[in-house]
Design a protein around this ligand. Structure first.
Ligand SMILES: C[S@@+](CC[C@H](N)C(=O)[O-])C[C@H]1O[C@@H](n2cnc3c(N)ncnc32)[C@H](O)[C@@H]1O
Length: 333
């Protein structure tokens, strides 16, 4: 089928070990145009732009979820990380079971694999909560001629989804995050899934780290320039090692998860030469496939205080909270 061949051709740039921004940009536009063409719907309408507000954070509107493909480094690194995980696991386990929580309308991160592996080698469970994204996803899967593949489409909330204990996934993927893990549901989704699978299952991303950092004074944020950020201390870590079992968190009687409170003190003399206090996000997708600080919208540092004229030491109290607006709460004194 021509469309399938086109997807394989276009997405091959993501697998190229040499990062060529121009070629990646062309591939990214081609991939997006192809998917938009298959979908054939205008998502830039009220229903498509509306996010869905849930108890544990928001689920992006269809239009916004489809746009995620444009964050080129994000898309490249996720596809490469998933590829490494599949290659490592597929020799141990056939069929491999891949669960993808929060597919958006196109299942962007997994389509290249569905087409690259024999039907019988991998089974997929695709979860999406947004009804419009789900409807488009069903249609896209049909139009791409994938109905004979082992793909289960589930319209459910991944923070509450019950995994069948007889059919546990080997690889679990979700990209439901923004920088500093604010607003969206990455943390509650991974917590729910980690509580139901075997320890040797692979989570993608493998690790998401939030840190307190400092931004150097007067250094331009230009490409090819060394990044002007210095990490002070890691304050939150989403990974199997940290959360399996809930070692860094306790559960209140009402089921609410409470993560550790942390206090970070930065001496006044350490602040010299820095202009801003920032929250930094780093992502290890899988093994050496990573998204470094400021390489993607997901890792853009967030300025939390201007410290240009500050001489006294700073104390920063932090705690990650899951709520309808999940975020890393902080108080600076
Ligand atoms: C940031 S978008 C990413 C879309 C696509 N996976 C990609 O990487 O290009 C996140 C998607 O996850 C979905 N989502 C968010 N929270 C969810 C939940 N609790 N259960 C299922 N899907 C969810 C959103 O509706 C949205 O389509």
């Amino acid at each position: 089928m021509e469309l399938q061949k086109e997807i394989i051709r276009i997405t091959s740039e993501y697998f190229n070990d040499h990062l060529d921004y121009q070629k990646l940009s062309i591939a990214s536009k081609e991939y997006k145009n192809l998917l938009n063409g298959v979908c054939g719907q205008n998502m830039d309408v009220e229903n498509g732009r509306n996010d869905i507000d849930l108890d544990n954070g928001k689920a992006l509107g269809t239009f916004w979820a489809a746009l995620c493909i444009d964050d080129m480094i994000r898309t490249r690194q996720f596809i490469r990380g998933i590829n490494k995980a599949i290659q490592e696991k597929i020799n141990q386990q056939k069929p491999l079971h891949v669960l993808y929580a929060g597919t958006g309308p196109f299942a962007t991160l997994i389509l290249p694999f569905i087409l690259r592996y024999p039907k019988e080698d991998i089974k997929y469970t695709l979860l999406e909560i947004n009804p419009l994204s789900f409807e488009i996803l069903q249609d896209v899967i049909l139009k791409l001629g994938l109905k004979d593949y082992n793909i289960k489409l589930v319209k459910e909330d991944a923070t509450k989804y019950n995994i069948d204990s007889e059919n546990k996934p080997d690889i679990l993927i979700s990209e439901t995050m923004q920088n500093a893990l604010a607003k969206e549901q990455q943390v509650p989704i991974f917590l729910n899934l980690m509580n139901q699978v075997n320890y040797d299952s692979v989570f993608i991303p493998q690790k998401i780290e939030l840190s307190i950092g400092l931004k150097k004074e007067g250094i331009p944020l230009e490409e090819n320039h060394p990044k002007p950020y210095e990490k002070v201390r890691k304050i939150f870590d989403v990974s199997k090692e940290e959360m399996f079992p809930l070692s860094t968190a306790e559960k209140k009687t009402n089921g609410e998860i409470l993560f550790d409170k942390k206090e970070t003190i930065i001496e006044g003399k350490k602040l010299k030469g820095f202009s801003q206090l920032v929250l930094m996000t780093e992502i290890q997708i899988y093994e050496d496939e990573k998204i470094g600080i400021d390489e993607s919208g997901l890792t853009t540092p967030i300025i939390i205080k201007d410290i240009s004229d500050l001489k006294d030491s700073l104390s920063i109290h932090t705690q990650y909270k899951i709520s309808s607006h999940p975020e890393l709460e902080y108080k600076i004194t």
